[in-house]
Each structure stands twice: as C-alpha cells, then as structure tokens.
Design a protein around this ligand. Structure first.
Ligand SMILES: [Zn+2]
Length: 258
C-alpha cells in the first residue's frame, strides 16, 4: 500500500529524480516532471514538502490559493512560509478559484489583481497558474498556453504533452504515484496537495483534521502570546477562564498566577 507519509514521499522523490528533470513548469525536450502542489489548505505542510524536495535538489511548483478559507497571504506567518519556499528555489504561482470572483469582475482583471498581491507580498516573480476545483469549473477554464504571461498548467499544451496524476481527496485513483512513475512516460505532471501528506500514516480525513487542529492551536497560542506581552495575561487570565493547566498545556508562562 502506498502511504502518504513523509518517508514514503522521500522514496517517491528518489525514484522520480532518477527519471525526470525537475525545473518547475519551465520545460525543455523530454523527461520533464512538472511537480506541482496546490496549496488549498496548509502552508505549513507545503513548507515541509518543499524542505524534503530541497534535500533532493528538486525544483517544484507551488500554487497559492489566495481565496483559501484556511490561510491568508496577508498574514505575516503565511507570507513568511511562502517566501521561504520561494527562496529554496521552487516556482511560485497562482491557484485561481473562479468562485471567488463574487462581484463578477473580468476574469483577467481578477487574476491580475491576485498576481499583484502575490508579487507584492512575497517580492517574487509569479510564473504559473492553475485552477481550483478544476472539474467543477471546467466551463470557465482558459485553455491557452499562457494567461497574462503566466504559464497555464491547465492548458491544452500541457494536457497533450504530459501524463497526469493527482492525489485528489487524499488517495490515488487508478494507480499509485510510484506505479505511475514505473510507466516511464515521456513527460509527467504530478499534482499533490500538501494537506494530504503527513508525518504519520493516517486516513485522509484524519490528515485534514490534523492540519486544522494544528492551525487552531497555533492561532490560540498566538492570541495568548500577544496577551502575554505587557503583563496583560497576568491581569486577565482568571477572568477570561484560562486555568494554570491550560497555560501549561500551551507552554505559556505568566507571573503571579495564584
Ligand atoms: Zn485546489
């Protein structure tokens, strides 16, 4: 059984590296692997994958969903994570969601807007684009090779020249990625979502749950840390219902809690 763990990811990368050239989505000749991650849910898991890929010196593609309900590129922590991923040499791009266009702006205007935000926040060149909920939005997908200068990974060109596999929903549909690599295709387009890859071997829904729990805890701790400055937490801990045990659990030290 093919697992969605970090150690199994390392094994997969070893096999893939022996066969393919990893150069983001900028491809030449044969044997290219466009190794893409759509970060729908978890920048933290994306960072972990980027670090593992860096161990093997691979250039992969990270697409950021600006309209994610789970993270926000304007958050300092999130933009820091994506800057780190970019500085490892990975390619950054936009993961565009047609449904986020609630005011029915011109699609190209909306993409241009997201591109501007990403480039400003990360101080990088955005190079490629893909689309969120691809099948739901099939009618809207623009199939041209480039959109606003960005390489379009949903283009007919990519579809024609690259064999494709995706880990959608946290499992492999027909064959596993490792079996897919054995097919020895000319060019491959591998899509993974960082939320589906975890340290331990878990069921897909448990992986998703774990990511959300971690995020919740991070947010709560960051609130407590802010309250901790200037002694505010000492004054209000009891009144807002924070017990000594809770502080211990979150590793927060405050003075004079009686
Ligand atoms: Zn997506």
């Amino acid at each position: 059984m093919s697992k969605f763990t970090e150690s199994s990811y390392r094994k997969i990368l070893k096999v893939a590296k022996n066969q393919y050239i990893f150069n983001g989505s900028q491809t030449v000749g044969k044997k290219n692997a466009i190794w893409r991650h759509d970060v729908d849910v978890s920048p933290i898991r994306a960072l972990k994958m980027a670090q593992i890929e860096k161990e093997y010196d691979l250039k992969c593609v990270y697409h950021i969903l600006l309209s994610s309900i789970h993270y926000n590129i304007l958050e300092p922590e999130t933009s820091k994570i994506f800057s780190q991923i970019s500085s490892m040499g990975h390619e950054m791009g936009i993961h565009f969601d047609f449904d986020s266009n609630i005011n029915k702006l011109d699609i190209l205007e909306k993409i241009k807007f997201e591109k501007k935000i990403l480039q400003t926040m990360l101080n990088i060149k955005v190079e490629s684009i893909s689309f969120h909920n691809f099948t739901l939005n099939k009618e809207n997908i623009v199939y041209s090779k480039r959109i606003l200068g960005l390489r379009n990974l949903a283009s007919n060109h990519i579809k024609r020249n690259f064999d494709y596999i995706s880990d959608s929903n946290g499992f492999w549909n027909d064959i596993s990625l490792i079996d897919f690599l054995e097919k020895n295709y000319k060019n491959i387009h591998v899509l993974t979502h960082p939320v589906w890859w975890s340290k331990e071997d878990l069921l897909p829904i448990q992986r998703y749950e774990q990511v959300l729990k971690d995020r919740l805890l991070d947010n709560l701790i960051s609130y407590l840390k802010i309250m901790q400055t200037e002694g505010r937490l000492t004054k209000i801990a009891k009144r807002i219902g924070i017990s000594k045990n809770l502080l211990k659990k979150y590793n927060i030290n405050i003075k004079n809690y009686d």
